[in-house]
Design a protein around this ligand. Structure first.
Ligand code: IPM
Ligand code: MG
Length: 370
């Protein structure tokens, strides 16, 4: 019997609980059929936590997340909480988890599944076979820099302030993750910043270059300004292998890369912390998409991004590459069968609900073990 693996599921808001229900089914099934020994607990985050517990994430839930072997999060946010003061918004729950767990490396793969080539907003020949990994710095930069706030000025105007700030170690640790990943892929890293206008970008470029020279000179390193990268991503996306960039640019570029895969509903992500003495990393997995209030409650959300996030958990947190592959293959197979949730529906395919998609995935998994 495998050692117990503690998973904390945080469904959150909007479509979060809908997609998580389907992923939970897959997780329970796998745990049972493959003897993986998952111990799954659920807790609240985001608006759901604000309503029930008075904060976007409670101290108790943060403690559970710290103690878990891995966390799977659905989505946070919604109109109901939009007018709350900044520090109390649902998004702060997610940001606190990232910060408290020190999840500095956010891995966002943009992978185009063959059956979905036509669903991309780009021409098929540009995206067919696309496989990019965006490594986004997640606990620093302008998201967390001080000073921040909105202040009154003597002349009656107001001033909004945020600070972009990075230290040597913050840059080096995330760059190291990118270089390590590249070695297992096509061995190329493109580091992205705005060193033409920002000092933090100059430092970013210098530190990445230095680390590369010291430890990773076998990896091909290039540099690009963030605006050019945004352009190159839609011009010739297959030129990229691993992109490493800061928190804000990574937020933006990963949404852009997501659209190439056909839908935000397809993109998973992993947020990893530093390795402890035993090599174990704190980790939180979540889809790149948000809570999608426009389709909440209709049962049409795409569960694949959360499912593929769960597959990343199997691979990165539990070293269960075979099982991760099974889950990814099941996703491929249902797409190849022509099953599509609304976001990726095309002519000639069968439109299915969130639940039907979940059921089809379980069928595929079932076939793969018998
Ligand atoms: C993301 C999201 C978050 C971010 C929001 C929900 C705080 O857009 O994970 O990309 O900006 O980091
Ligand atoms: Mg984002």
């Amino acid at each position: 019997m495998a050692a117990t693996k503690k998973i904390l599921m945080l469904p959150g808001d909007g479509i979060g609980p809908e997609v998580m229900t389907e992923v939970r089914r897959v997780a329970d099934w796998l745990s049972d059929k493959r003897g993986l020994g998952f111990e799954i607990e659920e807790a609240l985050v985001g608006g759901a936590a604000i309503d029930a517990e008075g904060a976007p994430v409670s101290d108790a839930t943060v403690a559970k997340a710290m103690a878990a072997d891995a966390v799977l999060l659905g989505a946070v946010g919604g109109e109901k909480w939009d007018s709350l003061p900044f520090a109390q918004k649902p998004e702060r729950g997610l940001l606190r988890l990232r910060k408290d767990m020190e999840l500095f490396a956010n891995l966002r793969p943009a992978l185009v599944f063959d059956p979905l080539v036509e669903a991309s907003s780009l021409k098929p020949e540009l995206v067919s076979g696309l496989d990019i990994m965006i490594v986004r710095e997640l606990t620093g930069g302008i998201y967390f820099g001080d000073p921040r706030g909105i202040e009154d000025m003597p002349d009656g105007q107001r001033r909004g302030i945020n600070t972009q700030v990075y230290t040597t170690s913050e840059i080096r640790r995330v760059a190291a993750v990118a270089f390590e990943l590249a070695r297992k892929r096509s061995n190329r890293v493109c580091s992205v910043e705005k060193s033409n206008v920002m000092e933090s970008g100059v430092l970013w470029r210098e530190e990445v270059t230095k680390l590369h020279g010291e430890q990773y000179s076998d990896v091909e390193l290039s540099h690009m300004y963030a605006d050019n990268c945004a352009m190159q991503l839609v011009r010739r996306p297959k030129q990229f292998d691993v992109i490493v960039t800061d928190n804000l640019f990574g937020d933006i570029l990963s949404d852009e890369a997501a659209m190439m895969t056909g839908s935000l509903g397809m993109l998973p992500s992993a947020s990893l912390g530093g390795a402890d003495a035993s090599g174990r990393r704190k980790a939180l997995y979540e889809p790149v998409h948000g809570s999608a209030p426009d389709i909440t409650g209709q049962g049409i959300a795409n569960p694949l991004a959360t499912l593929l996030s769960f597959a990343m958990m199997l691979r990165y947190s539990f070293d269960l590459g075979a099982e991760a592959g099974m889950v990814e293959q099941a996703a491929q197979n249902v797409l190849a069968r022509g099953l599509r949730t609304a976001d990726i529906a095309q002519e000639g395919t069968t439109r299915v609900s969130t639940q039907e998609m979940g059921r089809a995935l379980l069928e595929e998994l079932h076939h793969s073990v018998v």
